[in-house]
Ligand binder design. Structure first.
Ligand code: HEC
Ligand code: HEC
Length: 311
């Protein structure tokens, strides 16, 4: 049930949690215990949370008070960053290059820097604040972080030398490669079997959208032939009228519970009944569904298809 009815599952899970947390119904030793599920630990204080909650969003949420100019940042950068990243952000030895590389992303050897690659200025502020200088992370004050951020942007020629970084100016700044990022829209693995109004398999195309490149592979005629079940078309045209919704007691295709006892007697028995007709308390299945013009083989294929779709 949980597979087919996710929402129901959620509801029942919520109800269960509700029961467990209700002291009157819990009855066990942890009933009424307000401190953590297992009876130890304590809730984090606002101050403790603030120590961890330092991420900054592109829209500006999370920036601290303060500001810093390109001018202020120059000396700080020179003394605290240049030994590894170079005075112009060119990178010393194997330390990362921080500036340049504009327009190289589509080249054979793209140079990914803050300026050429990073989508948001907030990432730069956030990264410097939490991780740099390499040997003393989180040692910079907010004003210092603003100033050094301004300077790294200046090294990338994204701001003028009179730029002052603060919450407003950094949120407003658009980075050159912002549009180069997008949400991965490939479908997840979850899928539901289509039982009505389905796409014609022949019309399906395989496509993947990675890095904005759309690759469409038209299925070849030969592939179409094998991908569609030989009984699918007969079923759709002649049998689905009753078997899609269960007209007159017809077992619904896809309803495993309805088909299991029937399939248990063997698919050949089902084929015989479909060709010759069958009736029971649950209803009457006319020979070949009432379509005498159908060949035995076509009916047999349709039955195999229906059985496969109903396991
Ligand atoms: C002792 C050397 C050292 C110093 C000093 C240093 N960094 Fe770094 N920096 C690194 C290393 C190493 C990395 C790569 C870290 C990683 O990938 O985990 C890095 C990464 C970075 C990056 C990310 C680069 C990228 O494209 O991924 C930025 C931005 C940065 N540093 C800025 C600064 C700033 C600003 C300062 C001065 C406040 C600074 N660094 C000081 C060594 C240093
Ligand atoms: C007019 C409605 C109707 C049509 C059209 C119809 N069926 Fe049925 N079918 C039924 C009913 C009702 C039953 C249930 C009969 C029973 O349980 O005794 C049934 C049962 C069956 C069974 C199960 C037989 C068994 O032994 O349990 C198969 C297989 C089957 N149909 C195949 C087909 C195929 C193949 C077609 C199309 C060629 C088709 N049906 C078209 C109404 C229909």
């Amino acid at each position: 049930m949980c597979n087919s009815l996710k929402s129901l599952c959620l509801i029942s899970t919520l109800v269960l949690i509700g029961c467990a947390e209700n002291p009157s119904s819990a009855g066990g030793g942890f009933a009424g215990n307000k401190v953590g599920h297992f009876g130890y630990g304590q809730p984090a204080t606002q101050e403790q949370i603030a120590g961890w909650d330092i991420d900054i969003r592109p829209d500006g949420l999370g920036y601290p008070q303060g500001s810093g100019s390109v001018e202020d940042g120059e000396m700080m950068y020179e003394t605290q960053c240049a030994e590894c990243h170079g005075s112009f952000g060119e990178g010393v030895g194997r330390y990362p290059v921080l500036a340049g590389g504009m327009g190289t992303l589509t080249e054979e050897r793209p140079e990914r820097t803050v300026g050429s690659y990073w989508p948001y200025a907030s990432t730069l502020f956030d990264y410097i604040r939490r991780a740099m200088p390499f040997t003393q992370p989180e040692s910079l004050s907010d004003d210092e972080t603003y100033a050094i951020t301004a300077y790294v942007l200046y090294l990338n020629e994204l701001v003028e030398d009179d730029f002052v970084a603060d919450k407003a100016s950094l949120s407003a700044l658009r980075m050159p490669n912002e549009q180069g990022f997008f949400r991965d829209d490939r479908p997840d693995t979850a899928n539901t079997r289509c039982m009505s109004d389905c796409l014609d398999p022949a019309s399906l195309t395989v496509h993947s959208e990675v890095a904005g490149v759309v690759i469409e592979e038209q299925t070849t005629a030969a592939e179409k032939q094998t991908s569609a079940h030989p009984g699918a078309q007969t079923y759709e045209q002649f049998c689905s009228i009753c078997h899609k919704v269960g007209v007159g007691g017809a077992p619904v295709v896809g309803d495993a519970a309805a088909w299991e006892p029937r399939i248990a007697s063997g698919v050949q028995a089902l084929i015989d009944n479909a060709i010759n007709g069958v009736s029971s308390d649950s209803g009457v299945m006319p020979p070949k569904g009432g379509f005498a013009q159908l060949s035995d083989e076509a009916v047999a294929d349709a039955v195999r298809y229906m059985a496969e779709e109903s396991r």
